[in-house]
Design a protein around this ligand. Structure first.
Ligand code: RB5
Length: 142
């Protein structure tokens, strides 16, 4: 699985923690920035990750900002992207199982590092159930 990750300044520290965690667990992951705590605009980084998924060989994306909300609003503007802003492990599992979400959005100012990594694990390890849910995803695409 190839994962694209990015953040703005508000998610920079958590993005680095997640990146290092993924690399040390054997995932292929590419960091699309930002590269410092300097203030920047989250839509630019959401776009980089969404385009990587839609136009290149990336399977999933992770976007981190202060709340995760700005990133999820941006990402869901891209047709084919199903982004979920999550702050608990139950929702992380459900949004994979039922929504087949391909982008996980997290808020560094909302969840601590421990919970963020549990959410990440739940999200990455849950398969899409398809079945009755596929009709609903098709309706979204329509
Ligand atoms: C940046 O201050 C903050 O607005 C941003 O990281 C994010 O929380 C937006 O939704």
């Amino acid at each position: 699985m190839k994962i694209a990750i990015a953040s703005d300044h508000g998610g920079y520290n958590l993005k680095n923690i997640i990146y290092n965690h993924l690399v040390s667990n054997g995932y292929e992951v590419v960091d699309f920035g930002t590269d410092s705590l300097k203030s920047c605009d989250y839509p630019i980084y959401a776009k980089k990750v969404c385009n990587a998924i839609l136009n290149t060989e990336f399977d999933k994306g992770i976007l981190v900002c202060g709340t995760g909300i700005g990133m999820s609003i941006c990402a869901n503007r891209f047709k084919g992207i199903r982004a979920a802003c999550v702050s608990d492990t139950f929702s992380a599992k459900m949004t994979r199982a039922h929504n087949n979400s391909n982008v996980l959005c997290l808020g560094e100012r909302v969840v601590g590092q421990g919970l963020a990594l549990e959410i990440l694990k739940a999200w990455l390890n849950t398969e899409y159930e398809a079945g009755r849910h596929q009709k609903r995803l098709d309706l979204i695409e329509e």
